[in-house]
Design a protein around this ligand. Structure first.
Ligand code: UDX
Length: 435
């Protein structure tokens, strides 16, 4: 089977790599020449576990890259995945201009009876619109399939190779056999192929991300309540998670969810609810609660434990990315927190194993250092925002004298009090009372 993938962001690139890994001939397309050049040279354009190794193995074999969608490979492809970005517009809706532009171009090129698979996260009804567009251009022969992607940054290849479900949205049986064949290497005891109609498939993606966001916003509020009344969030989350109806995953309190999906997808779903005169008030509250956490609560906690007046205080931030094992800072809690700190006149210094380059573009005024010890050596107060494994390896005993009495706020409950206090810090976690 010849497979083309349009868009080499997280979803497109990983889809291309993994479909090539199981033996298909795949070409990934992107308008940006620099991306294509790098990928052809087997150099990943995003930081992702095992990506470089896979590019090294597959490029030159059955995986190729091109910036020319008029090439022969695309014209002969049986299945074309569309995985272009659908960024958030100012009103919260998803911007579909990249998607429709791609479809218009593809309509002129793809072979008769080709299957167009929409992998981008799109509002309910988008695949119907794509089909209408194709019909207007005279391409009634093309099948449009919805096939949302559930991979996580940082474990994207593993998530694609070992999924818990593959969702396919179709309106007639024509493309089903091809999709079943294409995905057969990934289907097993722990993964089934769920075939539904297109709108259902589109909504599964939004509803899944909104539900997970809700879990996080919920546990974060319970964590705040624990701090007030003297309960311990770790115990509460553990006790809740033991009930299989609740489940133990996505119950870790933190500085709020970020990344390229949850903020965008919750906003898009809330917008869709409003459009359909069915306000999704739970999702709207989740968005509000998460915004409040990132834009106010983190700072309030710091002020409560340290000082109201942050002018010229040196604040060290450990972790800038929205989560560990990625260089992605999109909608990272660190962005709102650093903005608050700077507006209060604080002097911010920061460390992150992978995210400094991206963060620097947003905040050139922050002082960055690749040596985590140097970052908190100079600081008046330290705040951990991202649970990078590197931070577990810090030798707090080795830096004991310099930090006597300084506050270390761990907004992820990632380190332990005993560990951090070896350096003389006063450790403050979240969801628990500290004197
Ligand atoms: C998410 C979905 O998990 C994935 O299925 C979808 O395809 C894309 O969006 P991703 O954005 O990579 O994946 O990150 P994820 O690991 O889900 O974390 C999202 C945010 O929630 C991060 O900011 C993370 O730190 C936070 N989080 C997660 C918590 O605060 N607590 C948790 O218990 C889990």
């Amino acid at each position: 089977m010849l497979i083309s993938v349009i868009g080499t962001g997280y979803v497109g690139l990983i889809t291309g790599v993994c479909l090539a890994k199981v033996g298909n001939s795949v070409c990934c397309y992107d308008k940006q020449e620099s991306i294509i050049k790098s990928l052809r040279n087997k150099k990943a354009t995003i930081y992702e576990d095992m990506l470089d190794e896979n590019l090294f193995q597959l490029v030159g074999q059955n995986l190729s890259f091109s910036s020319d969608i008029n090439d022969e490979f695309l014209q002969q492809s049986d299945v074309i995945f569309v995985a272009v970005g659908t960024p958030m517009s100012d009103d919260g809706s998803a911007n579909l201009s990249y998607l429709f532009d791609s479809v218009k171009s593809l309509a002129q090129i793809i072979k008769p009876e080709a299957i167009l698979v929409i992998k981008s996260t799109v509002p309910v009804g988008t695949c119907d619109q794509v089909e209408k567009l194709l019909h207007n251009i005279g391409r009634q022969d093309v099948s449009v399939v919805s096939n949302p992607e559930f991979l996580r940054e940082g474990s994207a290849i593993n998530d694609f190779m070992y999924p818990d479900r593959i969702v396919v949205g179709i309106e007639n049986n024509k493309p089903q056999k091809t999709l079943e064949k294409l995905y057969s290497p990934f289907i097993g005891e722990s993964c089934s192929l769920l075939v539904v109609n297109r709108k259902t498939s589109e909504l599964i993606k939004y509803a899944s991300n909104a539900f997970l966001s809700t879990k996080i916003a919920f546990i974060n509020q319970i964590s705040d309540y624990c701090e007030k009344i003297g309960a311990d969030i770790e115990g509460v989350a553990k006790g809740m998670g033991l009930d299989p109806r609740v489940g133990s995953l996505f119950l870790k309190p933190g500085p709020g969810y970020g990344g390229s999906c949850f903020p965008k997808d919750t906003a898009a779903l809330a917008y869709l609810g409003q459009q359909a005169s069915t306000p999704l008030t739970i999702i709207e509250s989740v968005i509000k609660a998460n915004d409040l956490r990132k834009k106010e609560s983190l700072l309030i906690k710091l002020k409560n434990h340290y000082t109201e007046n942050l002018k010229d205080k040196k604040v060290a931030i450990l972790g800038l990315t929205f989560k560990e094992n990625t260089d992605d800072v999109r909608y990272s809690p660190a962005i709102d927190f650093v903005r608050c700190l700077l507006s209060e006149g604080a002097l911010v210094q920061a460390h992150d194993p992978m995210g400094i380059q991206n963060f620097k573009q947003l905040f050139p005024e922050v002082k960055y250092n690749n040596d985590v010890n140097k970052v908190f050596d100079m600081a008046d107060i330290v705040c951990l925002l991202t649970p990078w494994p590197e931070y577990k390896k810090i030798n707090f005993r080795g830096v004991q004298k310099e930090h006597k009495g300084k506050i270390f706020i761990d907004y992820r409950n990632y380190l332990t009090e005993d560990h951090v206090n070896q350096a003389g810090f006063k450790y403050i976690g979240i969801g628990k009372q500290y004197d």
